[in-house]
Every structure is written in structure tokens, then in C-alpha cells.
Write a protein that binds this ligand. Sequence first.
Ligand SMILES: *[C@@H]1O[C@H](CO)[C@@H](O)[C@H](O)[C@H]1NC(C)=O
Ligand SMILES: *[C@@H]1O[C@H](CO)[C@@H](O)[C@H](O)[C@H]1NC(C)=O
Ligand SMILES: *[C@@H]1O[C@H](CO)[C@@H](O)[C@H](O)[C@H]1NC(C)=O
Length: 425
Amino acid sequence: MQILLLSRLLILCLAFASSSARPAPWVMRISCGARENVKTPPTNTLWFKDFAYTGGIFTNATRPSYISPPLKTLRYFPTSGGPENCYNIKRVPKGHYSVRVFFGLVGQPNFDNEPLFDVSVEGTQIYSLKSGWTSHDDQVFTEALVFLTDGTASICFHSTGHGDPAILSIEILQIDNNAYNFGPEWGRGTILRTAMRLTSGTGKPKFGVDYGGDPWGGDRFWNPITSFSQNFDHPRSTESSIKKASNAPNFYPQALYQTALVSTDSEPDLAYTMDVDPNRNYSIWLHFAEIDASVTDVGQRVFDVIINGDTAFKDVDIVKMSGDRYTALVLNTTVAVSGRTLTINLHPKVGSHAIVNAIEVFEIIIAEFKTLSEEVSALESLKTALGLPLRFGWNGDPCVPQQHPWSGVDCHLDSTKSKWFIDGL
Ligand SMILES: *[C@@H]1O[C@H](CO)[C@@H](O)[C@H](O)[C@H]1NC(C)=O
Ligand SMILES: *[C@@H]1O[C@H](CO)[C@@H](O)[C@H](O)[C@H]1NC(C)=O
Ligand SMILES: *[C@@H]1O[C@H](CO)[C@@H](O)[C@H](O)[C@H]1NC(C)=O
């Protein structure tokens, strides 16, 4: 008895030792426009007061959505300050990060209420806000997974002539160096923009912290979906614990696998369709756990995964591939999409119903090369020496994103050096 107790204690100690051996991820959260640090409920999250901005004006904010963090201020960038505006955050340890920006709405009457603008991270354009974004909860922020290797994080907002960019918050959350490794193209040269993250079979939106997820998971937002097809499918849930859930490098919360959608006889295929930007590559991550009491063994539920008509995975048998029931299985694949929709179809082969717990879709973006740093410093000095008016902007990288070079600057790419040079002014 005592030996048993002792050995249990020992195991407990070891478990603590190994978990405390892993340092906490580096985290920076900024409450834009705030003059004091802010802590927000329900998780008492710390947001630093506003800093590291190149310009703009602080004011009171209206939250566009109930999923936006409960912050009261924002920073907006009127056109008088130029078209390129940034946050340049320094002393960021070299690593892999989830960078998330929540957009805001200026909390004053008579303000153009839905600004449209472009967002770049480290010189690569990751997102263009879409008309109507204020009425879609999943469009009130943008998020990208990016390697930050030069000690800084440069996040810029580019005006497109549709209102003043307005930013509620910025988060820079370290994630595992190997997170979301989708294959040979993955790495420093690519950025993954989160296009969609779904948790199926539940109506509750959840962030990683709400799930009590590992902080190395990057506090992901999971958008709930209760049906893919007007209730021809059915939600399933379990309280049983799920094996192999919170593993490195992606640390998915166990609760993600405790709900699912299952198809029915009236519509055996389980199909999810979303709008995408055409002519892009997408990285798709599918999450499964056999949590349906009616499936008890290998070979009882087998289905194909068909993406835009092409078979991505043949004969998926969750129990067989994960090793057991109530065990997480993650599959990822990369697809080139030429049209404007992405359809993921789970087609039953054995047993007449398919199941899915969660889906993640990322746009794969090729990272831009940067402008030679000496040239940037030269231009910065010029800007100060000439006392260039604010409306020039001239923030961020002079040549990239290619969609938004500094006005009056001619750039060319030296492909042998993988750097941009300035040809003339
Ligand atoms: C913001 O709101 C506070 C209190 O609600 C108010 O006192 C303050 O004047 C407002 N600031 C601006 C810039 O509108
Ligand atoms: C994702 O898929 C690629 C290509 O099939 C594979 O090499 C890689 O190991 C997968 N990543 C994970 C984390 O499963
Ligand atoms: C998509 O991936 C293919 C193969 O890696 C590549 O040749 C192509 O340039 C990529 N397309 C885009 C838009 O990134």
C-alpha cells in the first residue's frame, strides 16, 4: 500500500518536473489605444498599454463582435498620417509565432463604420478585409503563423481608400517551432493565414484558454458549427477523456475531440463548403476521434476524404489509424484551389455514416523578401533630414508588400541575393 502510494507520488513529481521544465511561451498582447495596462475577464488576460505604433490616434472603441476581446479603446490611422502605418515590436525572441490582430470600430457617431484595408506581417501581405466583415464573427480578426527571426515583429496596416484602419488589439503568441508542419514547402519561406477553424457538434465558440488548452497552442479560436447540412447530420458528444490529444507540436485541447458531427441515413456524406480566395494553396487539417458509442472496433466506420472532387485520404478508419476509440487522429493535406469554394466531403465506404470533430483551413502565403537593411536605414535618415510630411507614410518596409510600396520609391528585386533594392526616388 505504502509502496503504491510512494510510487504514485513519484510519478506525480515526475509529471510536474517534466511540465515545469518546458518554459512558458513568449507572449505579447497590446490593447491598442489604451493608456494603462488592462486585464480582461474571464481569464484575467494581461494586455499591455499601447506602444510601438508609428502614428495614428487613440479613441474609444466599439467591439464589432462578442468574440472580440473586451477592450474599450483602439488606435486608428487617418489618411493624413499616410497610407502605411505599423506596429514595430522589438526584442521578440527568435521563434515561431501566431500573430493575431483584432479590428475595431471607432466608437463615435458619424464615423465610417466599416473600414476596409490590408494587413501585412514582416512585409508580407496576409489579409484584405472584406466588405461586410463587421457582421461575420470569424472576420473580426486575422491571424497568421509566422517565423520571426530578426528580433522584431512588424505588423502594418495599408489604407485602400475605404475608411481609416482601426485596430483593437495585437497578439504575438509563441508556438512550437514545428507547429503545423505541412510538408517540404513549410518553413521560413511560408506564412500560414488561418482561413477557418471549426469545432463541430457544439454551439459554443471557444478560445484555447476557454478549453484550458496548453499555452503553446497559441490560444486558437474555434468557430462552432452545429450542422453542415440543415440538420441532416447530428451532433455527438462525450465526457470520456481523449487519448493523444494535447501532444506536441500543436497541443490541441482534449475538449476539441469530445464533440463531433455524424452524418445520417438521409444524407450519408458529410460535406463542408467554404468561400475561399481563388488561385491559392490551402493547408487543411482534419481532426477525428471515434466518440460514437455505436462504433466499437476497427473496420466499422471507413470513409474517404474528398476535397474539391479529388480524393485526399482513402479508407480512413479512425479507430485503426489512431489506435483506439476515444483517441485523437489528425490528418493534413495541401490543395491548390482555382475556384472560389473549398468543399471537404467525407464519403462513407463501410458503415453508412461519417464523423468529424474539427477542421482547420490555412491559406499558404509565400513570404516576401525584405529590402536590404542599409537601404531602409538610408531612407529613414532621409525621411528625418528632409522632414517629410506625415502624409507620406513611409512606415514598414519600403518595397514590400509589393501591393503597397512607399510612395515615390522605385524598387527592384535582386533574386540572387533575395533582397529588394531601391532604384530611385
Ligand atoms: C471615451 O469614453 C470615456 C468614458 O466612457 C469618456 O470619458 C472619454 O471622453 C471618451 N474619449 C473619447 C476620445 O471619446
Ligand atoms: C502533414 O502532411 C505531410 C504530407 O503528407 C506530412 O509529411 C506531415 O508529417 C504531416 N504533418 C503532421 C503534423 O501530421
Ligand atoms: C501552390 O503550390 C505549388 C506547388 O508547390 C506551387 O508551384 C504554386 O506556385 C503554389 N501557388 C501559389 C498561388 O502559391
